[in-house]
Design a protein around this ligand. Structure first.
Ligand code: AMP
Length: 300
């Protein structure tokens, strides 16, 4: 059986929130995804970093169940993202995006990665997402994420990968921009008609809504008394979601719903620190406890 393959960004993030500030810490969509998914399954990473990515940076990515064969090091600087959050933590204000080594990156999928059971195309240039899809044997589940940067800049390429995807995991504001409509139920129908039969809309502190075929499932975010940095919440969600799904016998409705809960569990840990500090240090027992806390929160 193949494994869970992810292609996405590995970044040096500079982030300011009302609770603190960090400069050039390890971030990126693939980083948060792999860290979260590695609690559930083996993960194969495809990404690129520059010469400035140190061994300390690498140590953040290196985990027991994460295969780094597909992490390429190229001449130049690592991708950088700079963002800020106000007290309204739901949306990052991007202050700077430097693609750097991503600008000339053409992912080559290692031989050992070509028969994945599941594929997650994390938030990167949709043309690169397509390049990955073309190099692998069609996995049973293809999921993808994207953001305004690509919706505004690369819509044609994005529509091409969407056509091939089973699941789209996206923020509410981005879903509204993509569907050109404010009503999320209508947006779901529009996007479903373009390809993905399952649409997961992340709504920050308000949680998540999943549209799967004709059904809907909604879950709040876990209410936390302390939160440090929302960066990576979406990717940690995707990692928990896909990681659990990869370990489930079939991606049926019941498994998808459980996967949404595990995704929300991992996102809730991700926001409790900057970078992956809290997420990486979580234990299986803490994951199980928060899963049960979700059950208590939503049972009536
Ligand atoms: P999220 O889970 O949505 O909070 O994603 C946060 C991560 O996305 C940060 O660690 C950034 O490094 C990364 N990121 C921001 N902009 C881009 C972009 N245009 N392409 C790829 N990754 C990005």
């Amino acid at each position: 059986m193949g494994e869970l393959l992810v292609v996405g960004s590995v970044a040096l993030d500079s982030v300011k929130t009302p609770f603190g500030e960090v400069d050039e810490v390890v971030g990126g969509s693939a980083t948060f995804f792999c860290t979260a998914a590695s609690f559930f399954t083996d993960v194969q990473l495809v990404a690129v970093v520059g010469e400035d990515f140190s061994s300390d940076h690498l140590a953040v990515l290196a985990r027991d169940r994460v295969d780094l064969t597909g992490l390429e090091r190229k001449p130049g600087r690592t991708f950088r993202w700079k963002g800020e959050y106000s007290y309204k933590l739901n949306e990052a204000k991007t202050l700077d995006t430097q693609l750097n080594v991503f600008e000339t990156f053409h992912p080559v999928i290692p031989e050992s990665y070509r028969t994945p059971s599941q594929l997650f195309l994390a938030n990167i240039d949709p043309e690169l997402q397509m390049l990955v899809l073309e190099q692998v044997q069609r996995p049973s589940v293809v999921a993808l994420d994207t953001m305004n940067f690509w919706i505004e800049g690369k819509i044609a390429g994005l529509r091409r990968v969407l056509k091939e995807a089973d699941i789209l995991i996206i923020n509410d504001g981005e879903a509204q921009a993509l569907g050109d409509n404010r009503n999320l139920v209508q947006v779901a129908r529009i996007i479903q008609s373009w390809g993905p039969k399952t649409l997961i809309i992340k709504r920050g502190e308000y949680g998540v809504v999943m549209f799967h075929g004709g059904t809907m499932f909604a879950l709040p975010a876990f209410p936390l008394d302390q939160l440090k940095d929302p960066t990576g919440a979406g990717d940690a969600f995707a990692g928990g979601f896909m990681g659990f799904l990869a370990s489930a016998p079939t991606p049926d409705e019941a498994s998808l719903r459980q996967a949404v809960v595990y995704g929300s569990v991992m996102a809730s840990f991700a926001v409790q620190s900057f970078s992956t500090d809290r997420l990486a240090a979580v234990t299986q027992e803490e994951i199980a406890q928060r899963y049960e806390a979700f059950r208590e929160l939503t049972t009536f």
